[in-house]
Design a protein around this ligand. Structure first.
Ligand code: TYD
Length: 135
C-alpha cells in the first residue's frame, strides 16, 4: 500500500549463527537518527494508534512475532513480522496499530527523526482529515 513497503534484509548465516546488517540509505530508505525497541508487552495489548506527519520508520521484530495494522482512509493491510530478516517500512501519514505480540517479541524500530511530540497524530478523526489532504 502507499507509503508502506516490505523489506527482506540479507541474513549472513554460517555455523556460528546469523548476522543481519542494516545501513542507512542502503538497506533502509532514510538516514537513521533514532532507534528504540518495544519488548515485554503484556498478553493482549494493542498499541500504536497514531500516525506521523513526517517520520519514516523501519519495524523489525528481532525476536518473536507481532502483527502490524497499517491504514489510510483508502486502504489497510496487516503484516506479520515473524523473522529478524523482515522489515516493514512505514512512511509519513500512515495510521499504525501493533498487536498480538508474542511474549518474547522484541520490536526494533529505526526512525528518521528524533522524538517529536508535534509530529504525532493520535486522534483518528484528525488523522483522517489530514490524510485525505495528504493523499
Ligand atoms: P508511545 O509513542 O506512546 O508508544 P506506542 O505508540 O508505540 O504505544 O511511547 C511510549 C512512551 O515512550 C511515551 O511516554 C513516550 C516515550 N518515547 C520516547 O521518550 N522516545 C521515543 O522515541 C518514543 C517512540 C517514545
Amino acid at each position: 500500500m502507499i507509503n508502506v513497503k516490505h523489506f527482506v534484509f540479507s541474513d549472513y548465516a554460517d555455523k556460528y549463527g546469523h548476522l543481519v546488517p542494516i545501513e542507512q540509505n542502503k538497506d533502509v530508505p532514510f538516514e537513521i537518527k533514532r532507534v528504540y525497541y518495544i519488548h515485554n508487552v503484556p498478553y493482549g495489548v494493542r498499541r500504536g494508534f497514531h500516525s506521523h506527519y513526517n517520520l519514516h520508520q523501519m519495524l523489525i521484530c528481532v525476536n518473536g512475532n507481532v502483527k502490524i495494522l497499517t491504514k489510510t482512509p483508502y486502504e489497510e493491510e496487516v503484516t506479520v513480522l515473524d523473522s529478524p530478516e523482515k522489515g516493514l517500512y512505514i512512511g509519513p501519514m500512515i495510521w499504525r496499530e501493533m498487536y498480538e505480540f508474542s511474549s518474547n517479541a522484541v520490536l526494533l524500530v529505526l526512525a528518521s527523526e528524533l522524538y517529536s511530540v508535534p509530529d504525532y497524530i493520535r486522534d483518528y478523526s484528525l488523522y483522517e482529515g489530514e490524510a485525505k489532504k495528504y493523499f
